[in-house]
Design a protein. Structure first.
Length: 70
């Protein structure tokens, strides 16, 4: 498994499109399914605290995650 390092500044809200791109990156480079990627991204971005980066960013993360559900 390769390690992906992405620097995230606390300068604003992250968009749905941003998270969708990050989901694709993680799933493709780490050979993970949606659920595994969601857990990894949640840990990396929010450190198990949904409000760490603000409500809007968390809502956008959830929307992006939902867009991968079939």
């Amino acid at each position: 498994m390769r390690v992906i390092t992405v620097r995230v500044n606390n300068s604003g809200n992250l968009s749905v499109k941003y998270f969708q791109s990050y989901f694709h990156l993680v799933m493709n480079t780490q050979d993970m399914n949606h659920e595994e990627a969601r857990n990894l991204i949640f840990q990396r971005f929010f450190h198990q605290d949904p409000m760490l980066r603000g409500k809007t960013t968390y809502i956008n993360f959830k929307k992006a995650s939902k867009s991968f559900e079939f």
